[in-house]
Design a binder for this molecule. Structure first.
Ligand SMILES: *Cc1c(COP(=O)(O)O)cnc(C)c1O
Length: 424
């Protein structure tokens, strides 16, 4: 914790009234995970019971029934992203899909080159995979991001060289929700004959994605970020123009075209398929609804509090994402002061210290604002009444914490907080 951090004080009981018909605690952390949609669960249940067969059993109806469930799901996932069924590989989640895409391409294309390009704000599943490859013969370029969280396409153009075999850039960021220029990146990669992978764990089912229009060659998706089951994911893998080759990470029975062996998680696959079908059907209305709630939350908070800063582009952003910094307030204290709402701070707690988010640091937010950030993740099951309650709780808690803050007092009297700290 930074030296001027306060020990969180117990706050007086809330004055904010619970909205009628709303249960506490309120879940508004839908980038961490989402609840399984009841319609998804309903579709999965028979595959735990009477439809328990192994989808690889070719000799009896138990196997055929399971396989049918799997193929229906595969078609639904493919349809959501404009792919064909043969291009969908089932995995245990986006972490595995990212590993398979990046390590798989690296191993299969080693003869052609050893250079990979990614960005500093990627998920750890991508960054740590790239770091692992750097221990061997691979070189990785980590593109910086601009103040708004987006990469600069000119940086990407400059980074591409004749040894580049893969570019991996996420579609939507899990902390600040910003949407990278995927179609432009895809076009650049296609022109240079470089494979393009995108981690779309946060984007799939939330914003329109078309792997052909956007020239995506490999794409990771995750069940539990889109109201499907945890431990379930998929990798889209282009079969035509060009056909992507990659080395498997898991060897075994040759399932999934030999790319990912292991008995298929049939209920999980069925659930992911249903989650994709629902997301596709409801995306047009749901994205407008969530963006409306998100803007309502922002306006309510910013109407009452000063020195609140939005992290990342507001224009190119997931509908349900808001990431804000509240100056003079430690995000950990803020969250502790509101134990009836589930939100996320940008910080990662290690044993003794609180590390500000590397994503916010990459935006050049400065340590203080990075330590003061809160991620709001509005999802399918959040209501307007919940948004109003959360806004009021945040306003109330920030006001109380600032009342306790000598730095805020001094700042209000016109002296910058930096001078105070230097003096102290
Ligand atoms: C959640 C997430 C992952 C990891 O997905 P799992 O299915 O939990 O392994 C990877 N990338 C991004 C951007 C994510 O948000």
């Amino acid at each position: 914790m930074s030296s001027d951090a306060k020990i969180p004080q117990p706050l007086p009981a809330t004055r904010v009234r619970t909205p009628e018909g709303t249960k506490l605690p309120i879940y508004m952390d839908n980038h961490a995970t989402t609840p399984v949609d009841p319609r998804v669960l309903e579709e999965m249940l028979p595959y735990f019971k009477e439809k328990f067969g192994n989808a690889a059993s070719r000799n009896h109806s138990f196997g055929w029934v399971a396989e049918e469930g799997v193929e229906t799901a595969r078609a639904r996932i493919a349809k959501l992203i404009g792919a064909t069924t043969k291009e969908i590989i089932f995995t245990s989640g986006a972490t595995e899909s990212d590993n398979l895409a990046i390590k798989g391409v690296a191993e299969a294309h080693r003869e052609k080159g050893n250079h990979i390009i990614t960005a500093v704000t990627e998920h750890k599943a991508v960054l740590d995979t790239c770091k692992r490859l750097e221990k061997y013969v691979f070189r990785v370029t980590y593109l910086p991001v601009q103040k708004d969280g987006l990469i600069d396409l000119d940086d990407l153009k400059r980074a591409l060289d004749d040894k580049t075999i893969l570019v991996t850039i996420m579609a939507a960021n899990n902390e600040i929700g910003v949407l990278q220029p995927i179609a432009e990146i895809g076009r650049l990669c296609r022109e240079r004959g470089v494979i393009f992978h995108s981690d779309a764990a946060q984007a799939a089912g939330k914003i329109p994605i078309d792997v052909n229009k956007q020239n995506i060659d490999l794409m990771s998706i995750s069940g539990h970020k889109m109201y499907g089951p945890k431990g379930m994911g998929a990798l889209y893998m282009r079969r035509k123009n060009p056909r992507v080759q990659l080395s498997p990470m898991i060897d075994g029975g040759g399932h999934e075209r030999g790319v990912r062996s292991g008995t298929l998680n049939v209920p999980g696959i069925v659930g992911l398929g249903k989650a994709c079908a629902i997301a596709q059907e409801e995306m047009p209305t749901e994205s407008i609804r969530q963006a409306g709630l998100r803007d309502r939350l922002r306006d309510r908070i910013m109407g009452k509090l000063d020195e609140v800063y939005i992290n990342g582009s507001m224009e190119r952003r997931l509908p349900g994402n808001l990431n804000m910094s509240f100056a003079y307030v430690e995000s950990e204290s803020l969250l502790m002061g509101m134990n009836d709402v589930a939100l996320s701070s940008g910080s990662a707690c290690t044993s003794a210290t609180i590390q500000p988010s590397y994503v916010l640091q990459a935006l050049g937010a400065g340590d203080d604002l990075a330590h003061s950030s809160i991620r709001f993740g509005i999802g399918r099951f959040n209501t307007e009444a919940e948004v109003d309650y959360v806004a009021d709780r945040v306003i109330e808690t920030v006001e109380r914490l600032r009342d306790l803050s000598p730095l805020y007092d001094v700042a209000k009297e016109g002296v910058s907080s930096k001078d105070v700290k230097r003096a102290g």
